[in-house]
Design a protein around this ligand. Structure first.
Ligand code: ASP
Length: 309
């Protein structure tokens, strides 16, 4: 049987040890552990990589601690606009949604775009119409309300600035969630979901729903989910770049991930991190920020739940 492995993230940023209360830190660790355990259980019971990454991301979306699903940040117009994507490394099937509101689990809608539409990427009103046709229930804004995110927004709402999530320093906050998995059949998959940036406007879309930028999976190489300054991750085509370095330069998963996060993306001033797996079940989780909420587990014995460097 192929090595099975799962890695998840809940965003990167200036997460410095000691800046959080022990109680809050325990909550983050518990939320990561739950998503890891449930996703991994699925893999152990013969589930596919796609099922496992969706399950793990759904649980992270349902937690108000992360900037995705419940707990998504506020836009400039006091709403929530969420983005998500999913990709199957076995056949390069992919689905993405962007600028959606009211949907409890954007990653599941992305999976439905992949499996139940002829398309890869649906946005805004159209994506929500697609959800209606599939009988999705829409949550009220109250479901997504979170006091911390609201206060973050109040601080900058009448300014031109926008903000990433999860940090002690205002200008360096990321909070997207993601998962990558390798199943017992040797297939890999990736999923990413986000509320984007606080106070974003003009229909701003980040890297998370963009196949190749914030999310990518290909059995030939790797499955990758990113978190960080989305504009830079789009320009760096980060997830696909890791895959390219493996395919065309023969780098290992770890070397390719490190090259992109510690060199290439830094050269254009991008900050953040990524999680990645390959079909051998290897895992990489590099980041160039102070910390990244992350966790991983594999049948080769690796297990970790971490926040700081
Ligand atoms: N990459 C996401 C975005 O730019 C933000 C994040 O990772 O928290 O929308």
């Amino acid at each position: 049987m192929n090595t099975i492995s799962l890695a998840i993230h809940g965003g990167a940023g200036t997460l410095v040890k000691g800046m959080m209360t022990p109680e809050l830190e325990a909550k983050y660790r518990a939320a990561l552990q739950l998503a890891l355990d449930e996703g991994y259980k699925l893999l152990e019971n013969g589930g596919t990589a796609i099922e496992a990454v969706e399950k793990a991301v759904v649980l992270l979306e349902d937690s108000p601690l992360f900037n995705a699903g419940k707990g998504s940040v506020f836009t400039a117009t006091e709403s929530h606009e969420m983005d998500a994507s999913i990709m199957d490394g076995k056949n390069l099937n992919a689905g993405s949604v962007s600028l959606i509101t009211g949907i409890k689990n954007p990653v599941s809608l992305a999976r439905d775009v992949m499996e139940k539409s002829e398309h890869v990427f649906l946005a805004g009103e159209g994506a929500m119409q697609f959800a209606k046709e599939l009988n999705y229930t829409f949550e009220s804004p109250a479901y997504f309300y979170n006091e911390l995110r609201y206060n973050q927004w109040l601080e900058i709402k009448d300014t031109d600035s926008f903000q990433l999530d999860h940090a002690t320093k205002k200008d360096a906050k990321f909070g997207t969630v993601g998962a990558v998995a390798c199943d017992q059949y040797g297939n890999i998959a990736a999923a990413t979901s986000t509320g984007g940036m606080t106070n974003k406007k003009w229909g701003r879309v980040g890297d998370s729903p963009m196949i190749g930028a914030g999310n990518y999976a290909n059995n030939k190489t790797c499955a990758v989910s990113c978190t960080g300054s989305g504009e830079f991750f789009i320009r760096g085509v980060v997830a696909y770049d890791v895959s390219c370095l493996m395919e065309h330069k023969g780098l290992s998963l770890e070397a390719a991930s490190d090259e992109v996060i510690h060199k290439r993306i830094l050269e254009i001033n991008g900050d953040g991190g990524l999680i990645a797996v390959d079909t051998q079940g290897n895992i990489a989780m590099p980041f160039n920020t102070e910390g990244m909420y992350r966790a991983c587990k594999s049948s080769s014995g690796k297990e970790e739940v971490s926040i700081y460097k």
